[in-house]
Design a binder for this molecule. Structure first.
Ligand code: FAD
Length: 382
């Protein structure tokens, strides 16, 4: 049953669940709509486990709702990056001069589940799973959802789209409220591979982010609490050296033996993972404006999805939530003033990180292994 005074948050992903927690703390009634079933009761989709690098920007938001310690209990601090050349020695490059500062490897689904449980425990929050938003009148707050029981109509005072890069709320604002958008897809995709624990131990140093820079392709690996590593291979989608260029088990094995020789030994299910795991899209979403009066707005990837090379998409979405909460504080909860203020304060920051994320792709796939970078590093550390 919908309540017209409720705040609707569309999408129970990282941003949506955190936002529901912040809004409930303000004493607001919140309806959190999610197109999927409850993720806490189902299995993770194959090749979509993704672990995230959670940095201080994201941790700050979790601290504000008292969830940082619980989340950090399962996190693995990464104090630097380890470069894997095709041949030769591994090279550890610390993230700080004293080697103490770290980013934290955490499972995206575990983080999402922790936030979902925190949201569900807040008085005033109701969660509707299996609700896919298909229609929205941004001025009246009337929403249409497809559910397993059929189409349902709901209504809210304010509708906040936290429904990710392919946002249906954004599509509705595009259709009905004069929003404009640009979607820039890279001609690169990504595929997950796995390095399991070896004799019950990590097969690589667990306190680092591992990078295999290969020019046109690149792979990274982040540690997991079960002592495995999740690897993400970035490679063009098409062309002579691309995901499309190899398919047979023999060709996959040949390719990795030539370009990623140490992986062959570390990843016994490499060929199977490569053949069965999907290739994900990578792109940058820009749109303007992010809000319609005081009745609808976008947050997180729905407003500004970025490529993952700086590991900041989720951190940035968490910062959005903190800023929106601050704007509600400063405007005494007046949504018509809070939403434009939130957009004004976040837009330049999100544009900056979008550019830095693209630039870091070049850095990670090329420069971290280049002789010039190595020389620069020696000078910096001299
Ligand atoms: P999402 O997490 O996408 O959540 C959106 C939610 O909305 C989902 O639950 C979805 O099911 C739901 N939804 C969608 N459509 C509808 C609808 N019509 N109706 C109802 N519900 C709907 N970020 C980092 O900070 N650090 C990293 O290291 C990092 N690494 C990454 C690596 C890869 C390979 C990728 C792809 C991303 C990475 N990111 C990283 C980015 C991070 O995953 C995203 O920025 C983050 O998940 C955005 O959160 P969100 O809540 O805005 O969107």
């Amino acid at each position: 049953m919908s309540d017209p005074d409720e705040i609707a948050v569309v999408g129970a992903g990282l941003a949506g669940c955190l936002l529901a927690c912040f809004l409930a703390r303000r004493g607001l009634r919140v309806a959190l709509y999610e197109r999927r079933p409850d993720p806490r009761t189902g299995a993770v989709e194959r090749g979509r486990s993704i672990n995230l690098a959670l940095s201080e920007r994201g941790l700050d938001a979790l601290r504000r709702i008292g969830l940082d310690k619980q989340v950090m209990a399962d996190a693995l601090p990464m104090r630097g990056r380890v470069i894997h050349p095709v041949h030769g020695e591994l090279d550890f490059q610390p993230y700080s001069h004293d080697g103490q500062r770290a980013i934290n490897s955490i499972s995206r689904s575990a983080l999402n589940n922790a936030l979902l449980t925190a949201a569900a425990e807040q008085p005033g929050v109701r969660i509707a799973f299996d609700h896919r938003l298909t229609g929205l009148d941004p001025r009246t707050g009337e929403m249409t959802y497809e559910t397993p029981q059929g189409v349902v109509q709901e209504k809210a005072a304010v509708v906040l789209g936290a429904d990710g890069a392919g946002s249906a709320v954004r599509a509705q604002l595009l259709a009905h409220a004069g929003l404009t958008e640009s979607l820039d897809f890279l001609d690169y995709g990504y595929k997950e591979l796995r390095i399991p624990a070896r004799d019950g131990e990590f097969a690589l140093a667990p306190d680092a982010l591992h990078i295999w820079p290969r020019g046109t392709s690149m792979m990274i690996a982040l540690p997991n609490p079960d002592r495995s590593f999740t690897c993400t291979l970035f490679w063009p989608n098409s062309g002579t050296s691309s995901f499309a260029s190899i398919g047979s088990p023999a060709a996959i094995e040949r390719h990795f033996t030539e370009h990623y020789p140490d992986l062959i030994e570390l990843a016994p299910t490499l060929v199977e993972d490569y053949r069965h795991n999907p290739v994900g899209l990578l792109g940058t979403v820009r749109c303007t404006p992010w809000h319609v009066g005081g009745t609808a707005a976008l947050i997180g990837d729905a407003a500004h999805a970025i490529v993952p090379f700086y590991g900041q998409g989720a951190n940035c979405a968490f910062e959005d939530v903190v800023e929106l909460d601050r704007c509600l504080d400063e405007t005494a909860g007046d949504w018509t003033r809070a939403l434009p203020l939130y957009e004004e304060r976040r837009r330049d920051n999100t544009e900056a990180i979008a550019k830095m994320a693209l630039a870091n792709f070049v850095e990670m796939r090329d420069k971290v292994a280049s002789p010039v970078f190595q020389l620069q590093k020696k000078v910096e550390h001299a």
